[in-house]
Design a protein around this ligand. Structure first.
Ligand code: 5CA
Length: 448
């Protein structure tokens, strides 16, 4: 991509309304633009990150055995009357009427709709388990939307729903999602900690929040430091095998959100040096709630003896748009974002230090074409701006590598690579620089 063709409205000043660094950087780097309280347009650069996060979420859901579909954003109120949640949900639900005066709503979540879809198509316990998911915009009329995409009113969520014949089988579905979540967040460069959590309006009594530690997080959390060093399950994890031992390794350490925190137990189960009391960002939340929806909505299957049995259900959410902010909170410095390769909007920023100089332009075009051909995503600053401006701009948008090409270096047979993560610089011959970037990008993207 060439910057001269792109839409990258950067801000010089830090917007006063943005209180946390991820919100400030998303506005300054031209990733989002506010359209109302808690409602954002995703500009091209931000949209690329959102799409990459979504794709990782999708790959890990598929790997764990979930099946993708798409449900609408608008739902009929009737469905929610069946479960009894229409009135219970309160003012957070955006209620709408259509031209025929029918009551509709903008979905804050999809338990009712998926239960309706399931009961229409599954008859026998032999068709279970079923894990279905979609990635769709939600609306919650939050009292206090804040911190940009972290707590929006309109936000993108991945929500999965599981259907099983009994509690033991439902537990296996829950475990699949538990492991998938560890992998999903790790692939984005985040250390997530599963913590015992309150289930709130979704219901049920088994629930974990996946928390990324951050000073700016909205949740107060308590956990054992050793959780930060556990190995992430590999991409060859067999999701059909018994995952319980893997889960036990995590749940064996103390970790709880404020609502579930028990100070006495915390002290008993952790040594003082391992005790973390901190703040965190909730990037995912998984729930097992049994028959809360299948009972009232009559989602039943014929069991082994032919009798109708209500299914045991769970639901599993990931805050896809919130993750964009969470990743910035974890990876930035004073100059801007420092994207992990897997979610970077582009892999490399190509900086032409003297646009219009024939040799420099030619070297840039050659590098641009060679990198693109090798599957590396290049963002080429082909504007006539001064070098200082180009450097600051590239640091702000935070692509993992910068390839800097100018007349002086070229005369000495060299171009420069700068790694954004640690600022390390390396002067190499143009071909060697390209090779180096291609192999480092490939290595960083390799699935582990
Ligand atoms: N139906 C269940 C799971 S599918 C559910 O709705 N769970 S939730 O309420 O916990 O939301 C799932 C995830 O969406 C949260 O963990 C959080 O990461 C994200 N999320 C929730 N509310 C917001 C919001 N207002 N803005 C941005 N992300 C949000």
């Amino acid at each position: 991509m060439r910057l001269t063709r792109y839409y990258l409205p950067l801000l010089k000043e830090t917007p006063a309304e943005a209180q946390i660094v991820s919100h400030q950087l998303m506005l300054r780097a031209g990733m989002i633009r506010q359209q109302g309280a808690g409602i954002y347009a995703w500009l091209p650069l931000g949209f690329r990150v959102l799409r990459k996060i979504e794709q990782i979420v999708r790959e890990e859901q598929d790997r764990a055995g979930a099946v993708e579909m798409l449900m609408p954003t608008i739902q009929p109120a009737e469905l929610w009357r069946e479960s009894g949640r229409y009135d219970a949900y309160g003012k957070e639900m955006l209620r709408i009427k259509d031209r025929g005066d029918r009551e509709m709503l903008f979905g804050p979540t999809n338990e009712e709709m998926i239960t309706e879809i399931f009961r229409a198509g599954v008859r026998s316990y032999k068709e279970l388990p079923k894990l279905l998911y979609h990635i769709q915009w939600k609306f919650r009329d939050e009292i206090r939307p804040r911190f940009g995409v972290m707590r929006g009113r309109e936000f993108l969520m991945k929500d999965t729903y599981s259907f099983d014949i009994d509690e033991a089988a439902a537990r296996r579905s829950y475990n699949r999602m538990f492991v998938a979540y560890l992998r999903t967040f790790a692939r984005m460069g985040l250390t997530s900690i599963p913590m015992r959590a309150e289930s709130g309006p979704i219901g049920g009594d088994l629930s974990h929040e996946f928390i990324v530690l951050a000073e700016t997080g909205e949740s107060a959390v308590f956990c054992d430091r050793r959780l930060l060093d556990l190995d992430i399950p590999g991409h060859d994890t067999d999701f059909d095998a018994d995952l319980q031992p893997l889960i036990d390794r995590y749940t064996g350490y103390y970790a709880a959100t404020e609502e579930k925190h028990d100070a006495g137990e915390f002290e008993k189960r952790t040594s003082e040096g391992d005790r973390i009391s901190a703040r965190g960002i909730e990037v995912g939340h998984i729930f097992f709630f049994g028959r809360k929806y299948s009972d009232p909505m009559k989602a039943v299957v014929a069991g082994p003896e032919g009798k109708d049995i209500p299914v045991e259900m769970g639901s599993y959410g990931i805050g896809v748009s919130r993750l964009v902010g969470a990743i910035i909170e974890a990876h930035h410095d004073d100059a801007g974002c420092k994207w992990p390769m897997a979610v970077a909007p582009f892999h490399v920023g190509l900086i032409n230090l003297k646009q219009g100089d024939a040799a420099t332009d030619a070297a840039c075009e050659t590098a641009y074409a060679a990198l693109e051909k090798a599957g590396v995503e290049v963002f080429y600053d082909d504007t006539p701006a001064r070098p200082g401006e180009k450097f600051a701009r590239m640091d702000l948008i935070g692509l993992p590598y910068q390839l800097v090409i100018g007349p002086r270096g070229l005369a000495a047979g060299e171009v420069e690579i700068k790694r954004r993560a640690d600022g390390e610089r390396l002067a190499l011959a143009p071909e060697a620089a390209i090779e180096r970037i291609v192999s480092e990008v490939k290595a960083a993207l390799a699935l582990r």
